[in-house]
Write a protein that binds this ligand. Sequence first.
Ligand SMILES: C[S@@+](CC[C@H](N)C(=O)[O-])C[C@H]1O[C@@H](n2cnc3c(N)ncnc32)[C@H](O)[C@@H]1O
Length: 321
Amino acid sequence: MGILKYKDFPKWLDKIIYTDFKAIFEPHPQDVVYNPDQPYEFVKIYIGTYFPRSYAEAFCIVNNLLENEKYLSNIYTLEEVNILDFCCGTGGEIIGLIDVLQSKMPNLKRINIDAFDANPDAIRFLYHLIESVIDSGNIRIEININPQGIFVSSEQELSDLVNLTNVRYHFIVSFKALNEFVQHGTFKNKNVYSLISSYFLPLLSDVGVLILSDVTTKLNNSELFYPQVLNTSINEFISSCKNEFKTLYPYSCHFNEMICNGCYMQDVFTVSHSKKINDVSKVAYRIICRKNFADAIVAPHINYSCRKNNPLADKKSPYNY
Ligand SMILES: C[S@@+](CC[C@H](N)C(=O)[O-])C[C@H]1O[C@@H](n2cnc3c(N)ncnc32)[C@H](O)[C@@H]1O
């Protein structure tokens, strides 16, 4: 299939979102900066506008990872997959992930999902959506989610949440949510992306991956952009973790993270659905896993170029390999 940057929103999902749920497409970038206590009517706009983007982001990112044949061969035969989503909201990325795994893993029979979010209205949408997915497919899907929502307001609460689980995950994801913790200073002066990595990475299975994806806008009252903060913090964490974990993707970060001070990056995905043709989504993300696994997957001769080190790099295409 090659590197995927565009995804059609599936017809069956389009019907559920826009016909059954009566979701509304109405971009409100200034209103989605903080979401835990958004009311039901807003969540209908969120799901109609931003759910398809998260769906396409997850589908394309994981599809592109699966283009690595060594990675694919390590998970190809799995019959059961465990997923954890931190700050799932309405869960576009969960459905995108399920969809791409179903298309690439012929033996898959069961998917177990642990999902966490503060917003009960968003969770309710996700719950109904998963019921429809279960009805329409032949893979057994179990979702475990607290219907009242769990608001994480301190590192202690994050630690409690992580301690709730003794599962080893194949995918741990967090999409477009960690910026909300940065904005609100939830973890005081601790760095959000390193802290989240330090709590969630130990929960990965030997072939598991952590995908941290976030917005590419500027921080409030700062000259910095979120991708710079994400990259700086993850590089710091990887340097401090004594060869236990390593970036798998983008490949440029796999090779440069120990010497890199963090750069701006952005990847652009496009999705089409009944309310909008070619809706554009811009994100920055890192995929991290156990070091042994990353070293086995990334061939030393892989063709990559780092945007930061390459003055000729296309500024619109940071993952320019
Ligand atoms: C922009 S939404 C992204 C949702 C989903 N991951 C997606 O890509 O569509 C951010 C989510 O983070 C959740 N969130 C933000 N701060 C939180 C906190 N302190 N505890 C739990 N959830 C939080 C919000 O409720 C919201 O659903």
